[in-house]
Design a protein around this ligand. Sequence first.
Ligand SMILES: C[S@@+](CC[C@H](N)C(=O)[O-])C[C@H]1O[C@@H](n2cnc3c(N)ncnc32)[C@H](O)[C@@H]1O
Length: 273
Amino acid sequence: MNDHGVAHGFTSVDTQPRPSDWVHVLDRLAAEPFYAAYKQRLQEFLRVEAGGLFLEVGAGTGDAAVALRSRCGAEVVAVDSSFTMISQARARGLPRAAVADGHRLPFGACQFDGAWADRVLQHVADPVQVLDELLRVVRPGGRVALADPDYDTQVLDIDDQELAGHVLRFRAEVALRNGSLAHRHAGLLAVRGLHDITVEARTLVVRDPSAADNVMGLRTWAYTAAARGYLDPIDAERFVAQFDDAVRTGRFTYAVTFFLTVGTLPKKPMTSG
Ligand SMILES: C[S@@+](CC[C@H](N)C(=O)[O-])C[C@H]1O[C@@H](n2cnc3c(N)ncnc32)[C@H](O)[C@@H]1O
């Protein structure tokens, strides 16, 4: 888990130059069939029953929480550390949305039938603490679901594979706080006593570099790495030239695998400590 002082926008949406840009990023991604499909699957993992009470941490615009409520008839509470996001969530029909830090959830123990965090643990300062908070507020026998890309799984077809590796590693190890944690989510649940753990891996394959919000900014990562002293500026130029060449010749291919993980809390209340 890293903290190299390279703050991704999602670590602090409200202090970005234009916080609403990050709302648009989430909207663009949510419109992608890959994202829509895995998000629905993550909700299936929760085994929601009508009348249940569920919590989404790092809910962003609240769209997923609204969808769960409409589809399953459950009550959903959404929290996010960003006021901008929570304003959106309320405007989109989620009255039970509050600004809160996932490291310190403003709820008592065992209040929810289930909870989930989707593309959130990758951004937080202490993902284990956030996970422990999710487990604390879910009742015995409830479900906790997590989803994140694991950036250690990235591949990119440009001529210089060593250079591709440098830039992709920058993304995995520096540009995100916990960019390669997702394959360890199941283990974190297992050592905390959860059972019935399921992991599904879904690979996002991008052949159109303008898709998936420009592959989450991939073309610019080399410049960011150079600006931070992680890459020679000449190599950044070479990366962009090879990226553009791959697009021009129709060979552009980027892939990254997302891990969807869920587990069931033990029937007896979990003790803290
Ligand atoms: C990549 S977005 C994902 C949003 C939403 N879950 C989705 O799938 O569209 C990450 C979200 O986590 C929020 N976030 C980041 N750090 C947080 C923290 N410590 N506590 C709560 N939310 C946090 C951000 O504000 C942002 O809305």
